[in-house]
Design a protein around this ligand. Structure first.
Ligand code: XIL
Length: 298
């Protein structure tokens, strides 16, 4: 029978899910096995999980997921090398060159550990504000504008095979934030800074305005990068929710360089937005109306 993964594969795309440590649960694992051709760790590859103290790395959660995926022929997205959130405490107080070296070492060790196994890495996550300015994170304040390209160059050296992505939310159309990211990607491409893809998280609601969603994906694709829907979830239920899922899927399908969609979880019951029931399977692993809409649009 057709699944999300096999349907997406017919056009050379993947269909993935974020995975949390529930692989022991029979229905969770069987749904993941059956429907999804790509996985990403919901938390296990973030800085706080992988380097809880300076230079001490813990790859246990990520390694388990990568082994699971490789045994079943699934792609792995890496999420995420550098982010203002979920940093371990020891990083938060670093300044100047000490922070720069900590960032470079983190990228080198984590991307190096997984080199050759990751299809796409979210190298930098959420570095812009809604108005298009740079988020005033510790990285930005301590290192200035150059930290993002520094992160991408370091990631390329550590894993030359992975596609390197910039990933963000609130970029679900043409707006001040996506304009700023567009200019950054355009500049990186012009100057040879290694960037291969842009991730659109797409944490949405049933009333999200998607009138320029496809057009926005297309303008990034026209810069020569892949675009990916990386954390899709849609608060709501029934036809309204299904309609948003349909529009996002159709937009990706209409853009040749949109090579995959990832939903941010398998089942509503474990979603970070559980009260909003934003995923494709309900708490009993039954297919929701949104599932049918996505499958039909792939
Ligand atoms: C979320 C996870 O789903 C939660 O389990 C965790 O407590 C916080 O982070 N943008 C991202 C993801 O890039 O890493 C976030 O994941 C959701 C928002």
């Amino acid at each position: 029978a057709e699944t999300l993964g096999t349907a997406a594969a017919q056009s050379g795309r993947y269909f993935g899910a974020a995975v949390a440590p529930h692989l022991g649960e029979t229905d969770y694992e069987s749904t993941l096995n059956r429907e999804f051709s790509s996985v990403v760790a919901e938390n296990a590859m973030k800085w706080d999980a992988t380097e809880p103290s300076p230079g001490q790395f813990n790859f246990s959660g990520g390694d388990e997921l990568v082994a699971y995926a490789k045994q079943r022929g699934k792609f792995v997205r890496g999420h995420t090398l550098v982010w203002h959130a979920q940093q371990p405490g020891w990083v938060q107080g670093l300044t100047g060159d000490t922070l720069r070296q900590a960032m470079r070492n983190h990228i080198t060790k984590v991307a190096g550990h997984y080199a050759g196994k990751i299809d796409s890495w979210d190298v930098v996550n959420e570095a812009f504000e809604g108005d298009g300015s740079r988020r005033q994170s510790n990285l930005q304040k301590q290192l200035g504008n150059g930290w993002i390209e520094d992160a991408f160059r370091t990631a390329r050296a550590a894993d030359p095979k992975a596609k390197l992505c910039y990933n963000d939310y609130g970029t679900d159309g043409i707006n001040a934030k996506s304009d700023a990211i567009y200019r950054m990607v355009q500049d990186f491409r012009a100057r040879g800074v290694p960037i291969d893809c842009v991730g659109f998280q797409s944490h949405l609601a049933s009333n999200s305005d998607l009138s320029t969603y496809r057009q926005n994906l297309q303008r990034f694709a026209d810069l020569g990068v892949h675009v990916q829907i990386t954390e899709l979830d849609v608060g709501g239920s029934g036809a309204a929710q299904a309609n948003v899922y349909r529009q996002v899927t159709q937009a990706c399908m209409a853009v040749a360089r949109c090579n995959g969609i990832t939903v941010w979880g398998v089942t509503d019951k474990y979603s970070w937005r559980a009260q909003e029931t934003p995923l494709l399977f309900n708490g009993n692993y039954q297919k929701k109306e949104a599932y049918g809409a996505v499958l039909a649009a792939l």
